[in-house]
Design a protein around this ligand. Sequence first.
Ligand code: ATP
Length: 367
Amino acid sequence: MAKSTFTITVLPGDGIGHEITPICLDLLNKVSAKIGGFTLNFDSFAAGAAHYKETGISLPEEAMQHAFDSDATLLACMGLPSIRYPDGREIAPQLELREKMDLFAGVRPVKTLPGLPLPLTSDNAKNLDFVLIRESTEGLFASREKFKIVGEGENAEAFDTQKISHKGCKRVFDFAFGLARQRKSQGYQGKVTCVDKANVLGSFYFMRQVFDETAKSHTDVTADHIYVDAAALQLVAKPWQFDVLVTENMFGDILSDLGAGLMGGMGMAPSADIGVEKAVFQPCHGTAPDIIGQGKANPTAMFLSAAMMLNWLGHQHDNDKLVTAAKILNEAVENAYATGALLPYELGGTSGTDVISDAVFAALDKL
Ligand code: ATP
C-alpha cells in the first residue's frame, strides 16, 4: 500500500516567513482534508538570522537532523541584511541545507498566472510555462566559505573559485532531460537548453562537453545551448521559446530572478531543491525586510511551492491523492487570480497577505 502519512519539517525562517508560513500550513491542511487519503504532520523549527542573533547558531543540529529524517522540508525564507556572520556574509543556512542534503537540482518553474499586468504584454508572454534548473551544490557558490584575499591594502586581491565537476553536471543534466521527457508526454516541446559561458571560461567549456555527452543518452529530447548573456536577452525578447533550461549555480540564481520578474515579482515564484530522495520547497523570494509586519507579503510563491511539495511527495511515494492535491492547489491559485480581482503590492496593487489568501481559500472551496 502507498505510504499515506508524511512528516514535514517546517522552517518559517525570518521576516515575512513568519507571516506567510502559518497560512500556507492552513491551506495544506485544507487541501488534505478536501482530497483525503494522506496526512501531513508538520514540525516547525526556529532557524535563520534572528535565531543566529539570539543563539549564535543559524541552523540548529536538531532542525537539520529532522530535515534529513522527514519526508520533505517546507522553508519560507531566511536572512536579514542587518545580521551577518563576522566575515560580512548574510545568514543563509538554506544554502548549507542544500549542500548537506545534496539537493543538486534547483527547480524554478516560470509559469505566469492570469489576470495580472505582467511586464511583457504579448499573448505569448502572458502564457509562459518553462522551467529553469539551477545546479545547487557547486558552481561559483561552492567557494563562498573558502574565498580568499591575497595581499593587503591597495595590493589586495579577492578570489572565489568556481567548481564544475563531471558528477555534478551529469546528475543535474540527467534530471533536466528527465523533466523535459516528462513534460513532452504532457504536450510541451521536450527540449533542454544548457546555459553557459563556454566561449570564455574553460570550466563552462567542460560543462558543455558533459552536457553534450549526457544528451547522447536522451535522444528523445532535443538538446541545445545558449550563452548566458544571450539567454538573458532571449528571456526578455522571446521567453516562450524555452522548455527546460539548465545552468550553473550563480547563473541560475540570477536568471531565476529574471524568471520571477516575468511572472510579476518574487512573491509569485515558487521553487524546489531536489536531491536523490530529499527535497526542500521554498518560495524564490527572500525575507523582504522592507515590508515586514505590514500585511503586504504575497503568499502566492509559498502556496505554489507547497503544491510542488505535494506533487513531489506523490510521485516519490506513488500516492495519487497527493498528486491530485497538488493539482487542486495550483488550480485554486490560478482561479483566484483569473478573476482579475487580485493585484499584489509588488505589482503596484493593494492585495496583501490576507486578501490573496482569502481568495485562494475561497477558490479552493469552489473546486
Ligand atoms: P534576498 O536578498 O535574500 O533575496 P530580499 O527579500 O531582500 O532577500 P528579494 O526576495 O529579491 O530580496 O525581494 C526583493 C523585494 O521584493 C523585497 O524587498 C520586497 O519588496 C519584494 N518582495 C519579495 N518577496 C515578496 C513577497 N512575497 N511579497 C511581497 N513583496 C515581496
